[in-house]
Design a protein around this ligand. Structure first.
Ligand SMILES: Nc1nc2c(ncn2[C@@H]2O[C@H](COP(=O)(O)OP(=O)(O)OP(=O)(O)O)[C@@H](O)[C@H]2O)c(=O)[nH]1
Ligand SMILES: [Mg+2]
Length: 306
């Protein structure tokens, strides 16, 4: 009889300031887009788990919302979700942006890190190295390592892929011996209706630029499988004000139409089948104080309590 193969598996939390590139890195490590990415800060709102395989290791990446100073209920729930992700993981990776260096926000994260990490290994990933020269990188590496005992420092570009393979190999080796936590073909741990809602929110964010209302959320309300293999998906875009409804719809409904087309195309590619996507915009002045909206996002409403 052949000896039993030793498998490894565990959780890796990616933390950092908003826009550091956590979701871009998650997607690169998984090899598929499981978490939405935009140029705007505070894109990710809840913990997104993506599953990467490397040799005999299964690495469950926990992409988290950015860490920043929360002001509103939604902010507080997001930041709580991010620190919660770090608390549950075997390994923590702190992402910082090479060209921004040690910002106030990074300093605040470093202040909290010892308490959250306790004795777990924390690695530093300096991201967006495509934006700086090598002497800047060396200075930053030294500075950061004087501030915290990182077990390793990686210099990467999550977008271009530089250094990501090395990071992945290292993470694989850090995973404890364990049976795999997910089936081999599973790449994300989010219900499909939530992934679909996130895709629409990404397209809205990309399309609306400066106009984007912060107080916007997308929910998949209905998902109906059709006998021909396609599916009908109904989603609601919640906004808090009448004026925002007009922004989301756009002139003659152009904006919502373009968003719907882009989201549908991405969803069809992800699922490999035909999707009929219907979007509806609803004004709901108080949605930021409704616990149901938070559970739909994968957040804990109570975490938002002041
Ligand atoms: N130049 C460059 N841009 C990058 C790199 N990695 C990510 N970006 C860009 O940085 C922006 C933010 O990336 P995200 O992955 O959404 O960042 P995030 O940390 O998940 O942000 P939040 O979800 O808001 O906390 C996007 O426009 C990315 O394309 C990189 O290596 N180089
Ligand atoms: Mg993100």
């Amino acid at each position: 009889m052949a000896p039993a193969m030793t498998t490894r598996a565990g959780f890796v939390a990616l933390i950092g300031e908003p826009n550091a590139g956590k979701s871009t890195l998650t997607n690169h490590l998984v090899g598929a887009k499981v978490s939405i990415v935009t140029h705007k800060v505070q894109t990710t709102r809840a913990r997104i788990r993506g599953v990467a395989l490397e040799g005999d290791s299964q690495i469950v990446l926990v992409d988290t919302p950015g860490l920043f100073k929360p002001r509103r209920r939604l902010d507080r729930a997001m930041v709580a979700a991010a620190w919660g992700g770090a608390a549950d993981a075997e390994v923590i990776v702190l992402l910082i942006e090479a060209h921004r260096g040690v910002t106030k926000g990074v300093e605040t994260i470093l202040d909290h890190l010892p308490e959250v990490a306790r004795n777990r290994p924390v690695a530093l990933a300096i991201n967006k190295i495509d934006k700086v020269s090598s002497d800047v990188l060396l200075g930053l590496t030294q500075d950061m390592n004087e501030r915290f005992p990182f077990v390793e420092t990686f210099m990467i570009s999550a977008e271009k892929g530089y250094g990501v393979a090395d990071l992945k190999t290292w993470l694989a080796g850090m995973m404890p011996e364990s049976p795999w936590l997910y089936p081999e073909d599973q790449i994300a741990d989010l219900p499909m209706r939530m992934i679909a809602a996130e895709m629409t929110r990404e397209k809205l964010t990309l399309r609306l630029h400066q106009e984007l209302p912060y107080q916007l959320t997308v929910e998949t309300e209905h998902w109906e499988e059709r006998p021909d293999g396609s599916a009908r998906v109904d989603q609601i875009v919640y906004v808090a004000r009448d004026g925002h409804k007009g922004i989301v719809l756009g002139k003659k409904g152009e904006t919502i139409k373009a968003v719907s087309q882009a989201a549908r195309a991405e969803l069809e590619e992800f699922l490999g089948r035909k999707i009929h996507l219907f979007l509806q915009v609803k004004v709901r002045p108080n949605w930021l104080e409704e616990s149901e909206r938070y559970s739909e996002m994968g957040l804990d409403f109570k975490d938002g309590n002041a």
